[in-house]
Design a protein around this ligand. Structure first.
Ligand SMILES: [Zn+2]
Length: 367
């Protein structure tokens, strides 16, 4: 297949009008190497990489934490239809046996036709700080435990790519020492102060779960996890860009503070994404969705009702440059979980996960 005459988003963040050649679902270098002469005319369109959502709990009426393989397949198909071609289903805080059943569905749903590809599992709980639990169930929160983590990861076929950790909990630093070379440790759901967060980063945790949400705010004399993340040049930060979790001005400021290489847009979406207002669940907790806002009965925001493509568009509408928004929804998430050699840019040898979009970001085709 050949995609002709589109403005192709390059690794350096520029658009160049050129053709893209595809063979066996991979991008190849030349017309001779392309599998056939099937052409798609992309004249007037932007050609960008498929989006990579590394933090999403569900969509289209289904929750990964339901441990329902068919439900997960529905989520993956919905995501692909929205331009998200790489996806990390994300678990909530639940008992170990239940997490094992949930993780098993990721293996069973892998390779579903016409669906986003699962690039790993994001394990958001249970190693959280009860004081910053957000929409997670307090009764299943437990102290960080490398053996418990390894047991679950093995049960999943080593699919866990990210694990959230509150660094101010007992055993957190030992946990980082033990597993930081096996999995990306993401700091979050924590009341940690600056010193604790900075120590966790020194030990090898260079990722933050939904920056600003479920942590101490950035104080000028008490910078907390947010300040530690800004000061650690290796640290990548997730940002929920649904327009509800974070004020548009803070989204824009975060891109300026962290630069174009360190912001990872995420949806943090729950099952109401793609559905009408109504009553839903997130990890077994009742959630009400009204006007795209998902909340528990006490008013706590419980995930978003937005997919990553819409988050990328929102970032642009807030004043983030188109190029930076694309990087934050493709390259940066791929790099953060170590899959940038396979996806995240339109580079020869990588998966041909490609979106054709108008200059106004209307999604035309997912390849
Ligand atoms: Zn969360």
């Amino acid at each position: 297949m050949i995609i002709r005459n589109g403005a192709v988003f390059k690794e350096d963040g520029t658009f160049r009008v050129e053709d893209v050649y595809i063979r066996d679902h991979k991008i190849v270098a030349s017309r001779e190497q392309a599998a056939d002469d099937t052409e798609i005319d992309a004249c007037g369109l932007l050609v960008i990489p498929g989006l990579v959502d590394i933090h999403s709990h569900g969509a289209y009426g289904h929750d990964f934490s339901d441990a329902d393989t068919e439900g997960l397949k529905t989520i993956l198909k919905y995501e692909k239809s929205c331009g998200i071609t790489s996806y990390c289903p994300t678990s909530m805080t639940l008992p170990g046996e239940q997490l094992k059943k949930i993780f098993a569905t990721a293996d069973e749903a892998a390779g579903t036709e016409g669906a986003a590809a699962i690039r790993g599992i994001n394990m958001e709980g249970p190693f959280l700080d009860v004081k910053k639990k957000g929409a997670h169930a307090a009764e299943y929160i437990r102290r960080p435990d490398a053996e418990f983590f390894r047991e679950l990861n093995e049960a999943s076929g080593n699919m866990v790519k990210l694990v959230t950790l509150a660094p101010n909990t007992e055993g957190a630093m030992e946990f980082i020492d033990a597993v930081h070379e096996e999995v990306c440790i993401s700091l979050g759901h924590t009341g940690a102060d600056f010193d604790t967060a900075a120590e966790a980063m020194r030990r090898g945790a260079h990722h933050v779960t939904h920056l600003y949400n479920a942590m101490m705010p950035l104080g000028h004399r008490d910078p907390g996890l947010i300040g530690a993340a800004g000061a650690d040049p290796l640290c990548m930060v997730e940002l929920i860009c649904d327009g509800l979790h974070i004020h548009p001005a803070v989204v824009l400021s975060t891109f300026r503070m962290f630069g174009r290489k360190r912001v990872v847009l995420i949806s943090d979406s729950m099952m109401a994404t793609g559905m009408e207002n109504g009553q839903y669940e997130l990890g077994g907790q009742a959630v009400t969705v009204k006007d795209r806002k998902a909340t528990l009965s006490d008013g706590t925001i419980a995930g978003s009702a937005t997919n990553l493509y819409d988050c990328m568009c929102k970032a642009v509408s807030f004043g983030v440059s188109l190029e930076d928004a694309i990087f934050a929804a493709t390259r940066n998430p791929a790099r953060s979980i170590g899959i940038y050699d396979k996806v995240g840019s339109l580079t020869v040898g990588k998966e041909a996960d490609i979106l054709l979009v108008t200059p106004g970001l209307e999604l035309k085709q997912v390849i």
